[in-house]
Ligand binder design. Structure first.
Ligand code: 13P
Ligand code: SF4
Length: 342
């Protein structure tokens, strides 16, 4: 801790430490900003810091690197910390799906939309085809934008977020088809008819919440308001009172009146922090055994210390590097999103 404190002081404003809401408290304690993934990337690009240390998972550091100013370098303290949801779509299976769907669809009619939880190569594939990124808070606005431009959308990789957003748009079930990359279908006819094609991927953390959890919490805490992240199953979202992105969950609790009671269906480190930040409200985890994101948990204060000490000693570790042929189209998809829903 002492080495970390000294390195941090020596680096001064040359370094900006960012921590996602799902990070451990021991990491959050050192952060200049705590926020959701997009908020932090935008903040990083606005800062004059030379080095951005992103305590989060791979796609977040990549997003920060894509939006960074020239000369800024982005580091992930644990480079192996990936997002299990983002791992569910890779460029090869995406190319294969696009090709197969091309047997029954005119692919010029399909607008690809990549959730921010994707690797830069996937964002690049989408960007090259006029597609766009979205976050959980902008998914509805981005899907409306997409359907105003092309008759069909391929949305990846979170089918729960896709289904929950389709419901907000009033899209009927028969207009939706789900593409399972592990088991591509023999019968392509549902895809030929669908307006919205969803990639079958899901967040293992948010999948842990079940409709039974909502029923139990209502039984045990009458009057509680149930607020869940849109990566939760549609059956859970249907039972909840409200659905909201990470940023919205944080805001909703800030606005809530003293004495109100909330059960939150999202990553437990954020829920625990919200409970501590709002002692005048009851903030409960939705599940009995609330889930932690395993890869968000990898980063410890000692990892941050190792990185900051290296920087303070004049060593510059590798950092997040993306080849320009990937970075350029991936950035285009992100910038389209920022223009539509910043
Ligand atoms: P954000 O809401 O910060 O983009 O987080 C994405 C995420 O990983 C949700 O599980
Ligand atoms: Fe990825 Fe889910 Fe973890 Fe978010 S909570 S980083 S979507 S695995």
């Amino acid at each position: 801790m002492e080495e970390l404190r000294r390195a941090r002081a020596a680096l001064g404003s040359d370094v900006l430490v960012l921590a996602h809401h799902y990070q451990r408290d021991e990491v959050v304690a050192w952060a200049d900003h705590v926020g959701d993934s997009l908020e932090l990337s935008v903040q990083a690009a606005r800062s004059a810091a030379r080095w951005i240390v992103f305590c989060g998972v791979g796609f977040m550091a990549e997003t920060a690197a894509l939006l960074a100013r020239p000369g800024q370098k982005v580091f992930l303290p644990r480079p192996e910390a990936g997002c299990p949801l983002a791992e569910q779509v890779d460029p090869a299976s995406l190319r294969a799906a696009w090709q197969t769907l091309g047997r029954v669809l005119d692919m010029d009619e399909v607008l690809p939309v990549a959730y921010i939880n994707t690797h830069a190569e996937v964002k690049a594939f989408v960007g090259e085809r006029g597609g766009i990124c979205c976050t959980s808070s902008s998914a509805e606005r981005i899907l409306r934008w997409a359907f105003a431009r092309r008759p069909r959308v391929l949305f990846l990789p979170d089918h729960n977020l896709g289904l929950n957003t389709a419901r907000l748009l009033g899209l009927p079930q028969e207009e939706i088809a789900i593409w399972d990359p592990r088991c591509p279908p023999a019968d392509l006819s549902p895809f030929a008819r669908a307006q919205l094609i969803l990639w079958r991927g899901a967040c293992p953390v948010h999948m842990r919440f079940l409709p039974e959890d909502v029923a139990r919490i209502r039984r045990e805490h009458p009057g509680v308001r149930v607020l869940v992240h849109p990566e939760c199953r549609p059956e859970v979202v249907a039972q909840a009172d409200e659905v909201g992105s990470t940023a919205r969950i944080v805001r909703r609790l800030q606005e809530a009146p003293a004495g109100s009671a909330w059960a939150i269906g999202t990553e437990q480190r954020l829920v625990a922090r919200l409970a501590r930040a709002h002692p005048d409200k009851t903030v409960l985890p939705l599940a009995d055994y609330p889930p932690f994101c395993p890869t968000m948990s990898l980063t410890r204060a000692r990892d941050l210390a190792r990185l900051l000490v290296a920087l303070a000693q004049g060593q510059e570790p590798e950092g997040v590097r993306l080849p320009e042929e990937v970075a350029e189209p991936a950035r285009a998809a992100l910038q389209r999103m920022l223009a539509v829903a910043a």
